[in-house]
Design a binder for this molecule. Structure first.
Ligand code: NAP
Ligand code: GCO
Length: 264
């Protein structure tokens, strides 16, 4: 059974993985046997990421690359393929959020979120798929969100992007399934990372942030998720164990999507 989940000999590219969810997922893939390549926007974050991987006993390779730039992505993927071989596993993790009421949001801000959260996964997937076709197999995991299914105040661009990413996931599965490429999504619930830190800030009077209390009440597990909660699902979707799972989004949300909320 262990062999089904083994990633020995596989090369995995995890985008935006210096810390947070990307780091946890990459570390789990490494523990299952994969060689890790990651990128981040600035050398200083890549260096911090490299130090964290080293501390965890993982020999990762890091690149500076903005995933919204097709040129930079193509250069990075070509370098990886030259130095290490074709990528077996891609995790489109890099993402941003802007919490701004829709009527106050500029079109430029909206576009920026769509660019990182939807256009970039297209750009990176497009760059790695030809190598996967040549290799005869590939796994693409797109990091979706609760907002692939639900809306809420202030996150119009993010919800539009993550909803789009769910459909891009299904489309890649549809278009490249015949080449033995599986493309699935992971939809994390509310996970404690720098991205959600503003929603968990302790208030001036020492009480919990109202959004923090709201999430605890809305989550049957009655807690925020941790990046480590995503490790097992990521290894599953990257491994042979999921070879007939394609175009699926696996929600790892402590039950949020199943729950109407606490009765008054
Ligand atoms: P995070 O802590 O903000 O980390 C995001 C990472 O993406 C950072 O390393 C960031 O780089 C990188 N990044 C952003 N734009 C980039 C670009 N253009 N090129 C390359 N790297 C870029 O976020 P997280 O909470 O770990 O989230 C990771 C993914 O999970 C995102 O797609 C997010 O939308 C999704 N997600 C998060 C949650 C949650 O509750 N936290 C829930 C569902 C889905 P810098 O260090 O340079 O900023
Ligand atoms: C927000 C949050 C979310 C989460 C996550 C939920 O402001 O509502 O940041 O969007 O980060 O994506 O799955």
């Amino acid at each position: 059974m262990q062999n089904q989940f083994s990633l020995n000999g596989k090369i995995a590219l995890v985008t935006g993985a210096s810390y947070g969810i990307g780091f946890a997922i990459a570390s789990a893939l490494a523990k299952a046997g994969a060689t890790i390549v990651f990128n981040d926007l600035k050398q200083e974050f890549v260096d911090k990421g490299l130090a964290s991987y080293k501390e965890a006993g993982i020999d990762a390779k890091g690149y500076v690359c903005d995933v919204t730039s097709e040129e930079q992505v193509n250069v990075m993927v070509a370098l990886i393929e030259k130095e290490m071989g074709a990528i077996d596993i891609l995790v489109n993790n890099a993402g941003i959020i802007k919490r701004i009421p829709m009527v106050e949001m500029s079109a430029a801000e909206f576009r920026q979120v769509i660019d990182v959260d939807l256009n970039a996964p297209f750009i990176v997937a497009k760059a790695v798929i030809p190598g996967m076709i040549k290799k005869g197999h590939g796994k693409i995991i797109n990091i979706c969100s609760m907002m692939s299914e639900l809306g809420r105040e202030t996150v119009s661009a993010y919800a539009a992007a993550k909803g789009g990413l769910k459909m891009l996931t299904r489309n890649i599965a549809s278009e490249y399934g015949e080449y033995n490429i599986q493309c699935n999504g992971i939809g994390p619930g509310y996970i404690a990372t720098p991205q959600t830190a503003p929603l968990r800030e302790i208030q001036a009077d020492g009480s919990r942030h109202p959004f923090d209390s709201f999430i605890i009440a809305k989550t049957p597990a009655a807690r925020w998720g941790t990046p480590e909660d995503l490790e097992g699902p990521a290894v599953f979707l990257a491994s042979h164990a999921s070879d007939f799972v394609n175009g699926h989004v696996l929600y790892v949300d402590g039950g949020i999507l199943a729950y109407i909320g606490k009765q008054p």
